[in-house]
Write a protein that binds this ligand. Structure first.
Ligand code: GLA
Length: 749
């Protein structure tokens, strides 16, 4: 996988990609190529790849030794601003407020074959033989800094995972002002910058804009990756189609403040960079200490948006999420939030649990309101002991009753928060993130706990552990409902640590709590959540195999959220609940059929008052759950793809999942608004079929792969006022599910 020539030319290659770089004339690392695999390279190929015609005119040269060599027209692996390159660099260090112009020169390299999963830091992992890691050592002799750049290549994926470690080998401490995780330089600007952006209730809508000379960026300074922007970004070749065209994507395994940006220079070269947001960050590096960046994942596919999404999904499920979760079926959840909000007690919950069990649900999740004196969102966060008025027989007895019904139990926590009205706050007001100013910002009536302080993490873990033990808990919903303002820690101040380290130390504290829980209770399924989808990132997914994607549970809004999210994340991570109609966030009225047809893609759940269901609705739910159970593996872990380009037609959405050998597909078709007088013939081309094979469509028609892929799958007939007998869908918010099975796999015709 990793080939080194002459000790200075590095070719990372597998069956999908090649990533090539070398040591340049000035001993820095120069990037040469990332794209479709190049296979074996001859000496003359290497000569050809490394040959460069320096652009001399108008540039400043790197040194007096060579009157042509300038960094500004070279592709670099880890660029530094200000030594003949004027674009933004990836690393900045200062000393006593003097900026240092770093000069990292190649020293040596080594290759490691192991990449173990370590709960302390979210990062990629691989079993023996699945990956190789190249570690390049560089040194800036004058500034007494060492840099180790890490590149990991994995079997069968178009990914290159990068991280950097800076080591202070000098006698004095220095300040890291900026240290990004991943850089990718590309020779053209013929791309659209694709990002997933939105807000609370409308997270991760796919957006794109054309690159042009200048910089475009997304990021967060909220202490979380955030509702507004997501760290997944991609450069999509202009005119790419959903199944064709080059796409370079990037993401980081991190849940805090991030920055992802693309800068296009005067020669239309593009520099894509991603990492910890340098704004509100600097890190004091003491002598002999090191700082390691989170890992960045670069991903390449020449198979368009579906190619990049399937690469990222497969990669995340295999090398980031604990892969045990691929073997354990995800339970169908009942969550009481939208059914009861804060108004419940043990009897009401048990009634819902009984009904849920009868309908086929498998895990009962008690949401917010079970602890302290929490009857609204203004109190008790931080007091994680059950409310004796709601659980008069104790939460342990309640848990036993749930387990006796044959259901798993889940409980909601918001570990990072504290209410001003709580015992914890009374005992430890100094544990809150706030400045000594008299004014303090407040969100949802709560403060953020100072997770940079290990004592705080220990206290919260102690409380959670008691509840987990008492209830034999199988599932945690981990919420986080407000962002950080006036970031300041009295703990860091007392320990002489600069406040500019707070945001990073905070998120490391969050990871430390995850580590504690999962070290003691490795089988607990943690569902991530942050006021809906405010922390949908790879850092959280390292610990939580699924995330509550949005507080907007409306099926039609979810079409866009899910379409965007799944461009960069696996289907198995997207918790999908059927909620009430009219929907509680937008008051939209949709059919139960459409709500279920949307929610079956991904880990399914229900979040509505089951006592209000009619008998017909109960039957509809039972039918859907039994279909889901039969095809759960396909609907959760199948290869997900879009059949319609999300940027072309926004009224229609179509998703598909395919099994590994592409002999079985479930396809969902959704039309938001009814179309007056629709075209008589309307078809969608299905990818991945084999021309000469025959597929049964909903067990009623037998059609060849060539017809379905070149002519297309017939869209459901829409009611048009005259076709009463034929119409398959009508009104707004239509949905239709197709099940395609290769005929010989289906026992013949
Ligand atoms: C957040 C979550 C919801 C629910 C509430 C409870 O908004 O996203 O799903 O858990 O908190 O307060």
């Amino acid at each position: 996988m990793i080939e080194v020539r002459n000790g200075n030319f590095f070719h990372l290659k597998n069956n999908k990609i090649s990533y090539v770089f070398h040591v340049m004339e000035n001993n820095h690392l120069g990037h040469l190529y990332y794209g479709k695999t190049l296979g074996e390279l001859s000496d003359s190929d290497i000569q050809y790849l490394t040959e460069r015609n320096n652009k001399s005119a108008g540039t400043v040269k790197f040194s007096t030794d060579d009157d042509l060599f300038t960094l500004t027209d070279r592709f670099q692996e880890y660029p530094v601003y200000g030594s003949s390159d004027f674009k933004e660099g990836a690393i900045e260090v200062s000393h006593n407020n003097d900026p240092w112009y770093l000069d990292f020169k190649f020293i040596d390299y080594r290759i490691e074959k192991k990449k173990e999963r370590n709960l302390a830091v979210p990062s990629t992992y691989a079993l023996e033989g699945e990956s190789e890691t190249l570690i390049i050592q560089l040194e800036d002799e004058e500034h007494k800094l060492n840099l180790e750049m890490q590149f990991t290549l994995f079997e069968d994926f178009g990914a290159v995972v990068r991280s950097q470690k800076l080591i202070n080998i000098g006698p004095e401490s220095v300040m890291i002002e900026k240290m990004l995780s991943g850089v990718l330089e590309l020779p053209t600007a013929n791309y659209d910058f694709l990002h997933l952006s939105g807000a609370w209730l409308k997270e991760r809508h796919p957006k794109k804009r054309k690159l042009a000379q200048g910089t475009v960026s997304v990021g967060s300074l909220k202490g979380a990756s955030g509702h507004q922007h997501n760290p997944f970004v991609a450069l999509v070749e202009e005119n790419a189609k959903i199944n064709k065209g080059e796409v370079y994507a990037a993401n980081i395994i991190y849940s805090g403040n991030f920055l992802a940006q693309a800068e296009v220079d005067e020669w239309d070269k593009t520099r894509l960079m991603i990492g910890i947001n340098p704004s509100q960050f600097s890190w004091q590096l003491q002598p002999s200490k090191s700082f390691v960046t989170p890992e960045a994942i670069l991903m390449y596919s020449d198979e368009g948006l579906n190619g990049i999404s399937s690469q990222f999904a497969g990669f995340t499920e295999k090398h980031i999420i604990n892969r045990e979760w691929k073997k354990t079926p995800r339970p169908i959840v009942f969550n009481n939030w939208e059914a009861t909000y804060f108004d419940f007690d043990q009897d009401k919950l048990l009634e819902l649990a009984k009904l849920g069990k009868e309908l086929g649900m498998e895990c009962f999740v008690v949401d917010d309101g079970w602890f302290g004196k929490r009857n609204n969102d203004r109190s008790s966060l931080g007091d994680w002991y059950y409310d004796k008025n709601k659980f008069t027989k104790g939460i342990g007895t309640f848990a036993d009753s749930i387990h006796q019904m044959g259901l798993q139990l889940g409980i909601w926590f918001e570990p990072e928060m504290v209410s001003p009205e709580s015992q914890l706050y009374k005992d430890h007001p100094e544990w809150v993130v706030r400045h000594s100013y008299s004014r303090v910002s407040i969100g949802r009536g709560q403060y953020v706990l100072d997770f940079s302080n290990p004592k705080v993490v220990d206290e919260i873990y102690g409380q959670m552990k008691e509840v987990i033990l008492e209830t034999n808990l199988e599932y945690i919903k981990w919420d986080m409902n407000r962002n950080i303002t006036e970031a300041y820690s009295t703990y860091l101040q007392a320990n002489g640590v600069p406040q500019t380290e707070f945001f990073h130390r905070y998120i490391l504290g969050v990871y430390a709590l995850y580590e504690k829980i999962l070290s003691d209770f490795p089988d607990i399924l943690i569902e991530g959540c942050a006021g809906g989808g405010g922390r949908y990132d790879l850092g959280i997914l390292f610990y939580s195999p699924q995330i509550w994607p949005s507080d907007d549970s409306d099926a039609i809004e979810r079409l866009t959220i899910q379409t965007g999210t799944l461009l960069g994340y696996p289907l198995s991570t997207f918790s999908n609940h059927v909620s009430a109609s009219p929907n509680h966030q937008v008051e939209r009225v949709t059919s139960l059929q459409t709500r279920q047809n949307v929610s079956i893609f991904g880990p399914l759940g229900y979040e509505l008052d089951l006592t209000k269901l009619s008998d017909e609705e109960k039957e509809e739910i039972k039918t859907c759950i039994s279909f889901y159970k039969k095809h759960r593996n396909l609907l959760v872990h199948g290869e997900f793809f879009q059949l319609l380009d999300p940027f072309v037609d926004t009224n229609e959405v179509s998703w598909g999942v395919a099994n590994e050998d592409k002999s079985e597909f479930i396809i969902g078709f959704y039309r938001k608004m009814a179309v007056a007088n629709p075209p008589a013939l309307d078809y969608i081309k299905v990818p991945f079929l084999t021309d000469d094979k025959i597929y049964s469509v909903n067990k009623s028609e037998e059609v060849s792969g060539k017809v379905l892929s070149h002519f297309g799958l017939r869209k459901p007939y829409q009611f048009n006022g005259a076709n009463h007998h034929q119409a398959q869908v009508k009104g707004d918010f239509q949905s239709y599910i197709y099940h395609l099975v290769e005929s010989d796999k289906n026992g013949g015709k």
